[in-house]
Design a protein around this ligand. Structure first.
Ligand SMILES: *Cc1c(COP(=O)(O)O)cnc(C)c1O
Length: 402
């Protein structure tokens, strides 16, 4: 990947994606589940650029969506509608209606109240809604608390007993068809045991549903497979699949898996350029043209991203520095107290592991246009999202003309 050339050609700040990495990750995971029928449903929220989604569509991927907007992206990019799942704790009526009209694989229901809404809306439309229920297995995933979702203290899903009641309700309804079961215990998972435990708990529920003639076809294990940002021990896809499969004996189910970060995280880089250096007291700051509005993970989760500073100085001295952006917040940083060579203005800074939850979490804070995005595939690069302009940023504001 020639970052210098790409930054010259497309400017900075810039996101660059390696589509071959995406493909390799997809194939590795798909292969890990080969003992069973499986659908890999890419979690679009990780990186929802239409070209990225189209790439996954071309590989046969499904899509895990958390808004009707994401469902529309999935369809527009060519994902098979029978591989699209609509999850999320708070779906509006119009979103549920549109999902039913678009005839996607299933709506993943997260509360009793929502189940009743889906039932009613399906009835009004004269349709049968295929649903899954998100079970919260109350397992500590041992990840960052902001990205943990499988404990009863988290807002996601329902407990086992409630889920069972909901399946019985759904089975009785003319307008609901309970085809799936779902759990997703957190993100950036690096330990196998919580996954195996959660899977075992949910598999037991599937068995007890089977005993009362409720036949679950799709066993959706969520996403969350972690990646290496620094020196984490990560889970191998094969071991991950084995852990899940080991809990499913006697069950004839299609596995659905919804990875986001695993597929795209390490296939993306954020490129930014040095504007200046300055020293305040004894603190050295390297100020770059990218900021927290472009890549918020360090500010939001104190997340680590590997950073390479391509200094153009001859034999630069190295010392500790904070790498910060121009946004008016003290939280606007990419790294603190890391070893950084002396730089010249214009030197390139490469931030690694930026393919997931990078651009999709970007904002226009400080009226900053969001970065461009570039795909690299077969040794060729192409623009897949142009840089925003000032005009793009004000396009929705309609009441200021004098
Ligand atoms: C966010 C999310 C995913 C993807 O999570 P990753 O950690 O990126 O794999 C999958 N399923 C659901 C329901 C999610 O909310």
């Amino acid at each position: 990947m020639n970052f210098k050339e790409l930054s010259k050609k497309y400017g900075t700040p810039l996101y660059v994606y390696d589509f071959e990495h995406f493909e390799n990750q997809y194939n590795e995971l798909k292969k890990a589940f080969k003992a069973r029928k499986s659908i890999i449903s890419y979690a679009i929220k990780a990186n929802s650029n239409l070209s990225v989604v189209k790439k996954f569509a071309s590989l046969g991927s499904g899509a895990d969506c958390v808004s009707i907007g994401e469902v529309k992206r999935a369809l527009l990019a060519g994902i098979d509608k029978y591989k699209i799942i609509f999850s999320g704790v708070g779906k509006r009526d119009d979103e549920i209606q549109e999902a039913l009209e678009k005839d996607i694989l299933m709506i993943n229901v997260e509360s009793e109240a929502e189940l009743k809404r889906v039932d009613e809306i399906a009835k009004n439309l004269g349709k049968v809604a295929r649903i899954s229920i998100r079970v919260n297995p109350n397992i500590d995933p041992k990840t960052h608390p902001y990205i943990s979702t499988g404990l009863s203290e988290n807002k996601f899903g329902v407990d086992i007993e409630t889920a069972k009641k909901m399946y019985i309700y759904a089975k009785k309804s003319q307008n609901l068809n309970p085809v799936g079961i779902h759990f997703h215990i957190g993100s950036q998972l690096t330990e196998l045991e919580p996954i195996r435990e959660a899977s075992a708990i949910v598999a037991d529920l599937v068995r007890s549903l089977k005993a009362i003639n409720i036949d679950i076809k799709f066993f959706d294990v969520g996403g969350g497979l972690g990646i290496k940002y620094k020196d984490e021990e990560t889970i191998k896809p094969y071991d991950y699949a084995q852990a899940i499969l080991s809990t499913l004996s006697g069950l004839d189910v299609t596995i659905v898996c919804e990875p986001g970060r695993f597929l795209v995280g390490n296939g993306g880089w954020f490129l930014t350029k040095v504007l200046y250096e300055k020293v305040n007291g004894d603190k050295r700051f390297v100020i770059v043209d990218g900021a927290m509005n472009d890549l918020i993970r360090p500010s939001l989760y104190n997340a680590y991203h590997k950073i390479e500073v391509l200094s153009s100085k001859e034999n630069p001295k190295v010392s500790k520095a904070n790498i910060v952006g121009p946004v008016c917040e003290s939280g606007d940083f990419f790294a603190k107290e890391i070893e950084v060579p002396e730089t010249n203005p214009g030197d390139l800074v490469v931030i690694h592991s930026a393919g997931a939850y990078g651009f999709t979490m970007a904002s226009n804070y400080n009226t900053r246009p969001r970065p461009a995005e570039v795909a690299v595939e077969d040794n060729k690069d192409r623009l897949i999202r142009r840089r925003e302009t000032f005009e793009d940023l004000i396009a929705c504001e309609i009441d200021y003309m004098v």
